[in-house]
Design a protein around this ligand. Sequence first.
Ligand SMILES: Nc1nc2c(c(=O)[nH]1)N[C@H]1C(S)=C(S)[C@@H](COP(=O)(O)OP(=O)(O)OC[C@H]3O[C@@H](n4cnc5c(=O)[nH]c(N)nc54)[C@H](O)[C@@H]3O)O[C@H]1N2
Ligand SMILES: Nc1nc2c(c(=O)[nH]1)N[C@H]1C(S)=C(S)[C@@H](COP(=O)(O)OP(=O)(O)OC[C@H]3O[C@@H](n4cnc5c(=O)[nH]c(N)nc54)[C@H](O)[C@@H]3O)O[C@H]1N2
Ligand SMILES: [Mo]
Length: 765
Amino acid sequence: MAHYTLSHWGLYEVEPRTGRDPAIAPFRRDPDPNPIGLYQLDPALKRLRVRRPAIRESWLRDGPGASPERRGQDAFVEVPWDEALDLVAGEIARVRKHFGNSAIFGGSYGWSSAGRFHHAQSQVHRFLNAAGGYVRHVDSYSLGAANVVLPHIVASMDELMASHTSWEVMARHTELFVTFGGVPVKNAQMNAGGVGLHGVALGLASMRQAGVPFVNIGPVRDNLGKAGVDAEWIACRPNTDTAVMLALGFVLCSENRVDRDFLDRCCVGYDTFAAYLTGAADGIAKTPEWAETISGVPAATIAALARRMAASRTMLNVSWSMQRASHGEQPFWAVIALAAMLGQIGQPGGGFGVGYGAANLVGSAHARVKGPTLSQGRPGIPDFIPVARIADMLLGPGEPFTYNGQTFAYPDIRLIYWAGGNPFHHHQDLNRLRRAWQKPETIVVNEQYWTATAKRADIILPATTTLERDDIGSATLEAFLVAMKRVVPPAHEARDDYDIFAALADRLGCAETFTENLDTMGWLRRLYDEGLAVNHERGFALPDFDSFWREGLVDLTAHDRPATMLADFVADPARRPLRTPSGRIEIFSEKIAGFGLSDCPGHAVWREPSEWLGADKAKCFPLHLLTDQPARRLHSQLDASPHSRAGKVAEREPVYLNPADAAARGIADGQIVEVFNDRGRCLAGAIISDDIMPGVARLSTGAWYDPDPATDLDRHGNPNVLTRDAPASSLSQGCSAQSCLVEIAPWTGDVPPVTAFDLPEFTTR
Ligand SMILES: Nc1nc2c(c(=O)[nH]1)N[C@H]1C(S)=C(S)[C@@H](COP(=O)(O)OP(=O)(O)OC[C@H]3O[C@@H](n4cnc5c(=O)[nH]c(N)nc54)[C@H](O)[C@@H]3O)O[C@H]1N2
Ligand SMILES: Nc1nc2c(c(=O)[nH]1)N[C@H]1C(S)=C(S)[C@@H](COP(=O)(O)OP(=O)(O)OC[C@H]3O[C@@H](n4cnc5c(=O)[nH]c(N)nc54)[C@H](O)[C@@H]3O)O[C@H]1N2
Ligand SMILES: [Mo]
């Protein structure tokens, strides 16, 4: 019987071999399998495993709060499991007693591994709720601005993501595909929870075969490619897409190319928006000439594109990156307003997409099966933060923050518990985070590997990987449910997060609430069975648990159903209203206008980003750095693998530069350079390419953070030493990681070795 395992980056077949680790092979039915996961058992990763529970030396000697500035520099003392568990349970009990549960931050953001039961975030949340509650987070780094603004305008991001018009529908009906930020196939290698069949490159290829023309607007040419798509590239300064969208709208409006009937039937607020476009509202007409001065896109190009869009069945797309930015709500709102003006929303092949290419699910026609989910329990306390405001929280206890029209206050955190995420990968302005990270008295991290975050913990508990435990694999709009049977035994002394939390819950007297007296197999059976009834109702007959576990896969492709986004609503808006206040698409939102926020008024607007090529600051730091997702790994995961390291230049993360910018700075291809601004600096390896527009550079995320303790210079190329730690707006407080200004220079000093993949120092007590 074949044996499978699922990861965020793909489904793989496992072949046992005698005397050594099993082989991991691509799933034979995957038309476009992904190499990243083939390296999951690579020796280069194994070397970096956390072997035993370990305690930071100063903390162990002097107790909670000891020398917090030495986090990341102290040596570790390895201790037996029971001692480590007693220390962690004792700390939770102490903090809870003296400061209350609102002093415990358990938001613990991160992707962790696939597998729905051992989902580390759900596990830590469920455990901390059983222990009385914790400060949680809302939204994600992926979609902070979109998650907050879209429900006011059209529908939740989750709903939209799972209902995008399918590739086959676009291949048949779309006459023009216009995308801001490309359709980056490198990103569609992933889906949160796991990919069964990689479909995005194929989807693009089918559209190309059908002759659909592509227009790619943005600073990078090659984020639409791989499938051999021959796109027209309109180079546009980063973070200025909204201005171009408004000018496209201006042309439609002033040339009477808007679909009045659609706007009257399905939308509210167009007239207010139109008054802004024409300048009647603020004296500035959003003409193509106006947009050209901001974006660098020639006015004639904008005007011609608007006319072409109105004359064709047009699909408009925006990448998620665009809302991970200062005023990130605006391009999403503007593209929806633009699609509404064209009147093709709900028509096959027309309308808008919010993230084709961001993940495998967007545009998938697979069924919406209810997968197993572990309940996180009842929140013990109401306290929360918007996810990307962690450093603000730690640096400003008691300070107010606004979120979605209301005002809250930051809690005073004494203990952090993290499982399944890497904040020293994912957060912005890491030098600032390092200062904020000194605030708590105790930081506990469950990890598999000695990541930058693990090295900055007080207590680190070794966790198993998906390959070391039994689980169920399932993800939104994917083709398979997967029985993920254990492939190898746990490495060293690693334990499942579930077992770690069960042991802590036992010490804290809440074991029954947490475990409900079930072991892992008991839980897998329960979670699978819970889904059965709902799935039967939806018309999906699934096998019983034992057959599923025996067979290894449930194939859902017989239930594939090509979709057209919002078709039901558009067919009958009165009987099938949206969940917005008006029940319609809100081009103007009274609700948001009522919040009175100058950085997010009642309709899409152009507001200058905090850092962009038009800012004064660009005189000192004249390059706009994009920090996109890495092609050869998932965030920081598997960065030590040969696959990820093969993409590096002189062992550093590559930074892409236009030939003109490289020449102006005397930078040669393959040379080590320093990327810097007023927040930080790092080394990177230059790649010179005319796939990136002049004035722009690109350094992907995920190189393991490697600061020189004496100078703070990151030796490896982690862009988060450069990014700005500021919210998208006061509406969403969303992550704005994409945008920052930098300068780049050849590195003339000695080249320091990369130490990110070294183990920390160990000592004895
Ligand atoms: N500059 C910049 N920064 C960004 C972004 C950007 O565009 N630009 N993008 C942001 C986005 S969208 C995201 S989603 C974040 C991603 O940020 P993260 O999700 O934090 O990044 P990962 O590297 O996936 O971290 C997951 C960690 O969980 C660990 N892990 C895996 N499985 C398990 C498990 O079963 N148990 C335990 N205990 N641990 C486990 C892994 O070893 C790894 O260290 O980064 C954000 N940061
Ligand atoms: N291989 C791989 N795939 C991934 C991930 C990964 O770590 N590795 N992470 C996953 C996660 S968690 C997420 S949230 C998604 C994120 O999906 P996205 O947010 O879409 O991904 P990014 O790679 O950040 O950006 C996509 C493209 O947008 C372009 N871009 C950046 N700024 C601008 C701008 O201002 N205007 C325009 N027009 N274009 C711009 C960039 O050049 C980049 O090519 O990706 C997922 N897919
Ligand atoms: Mo993300």
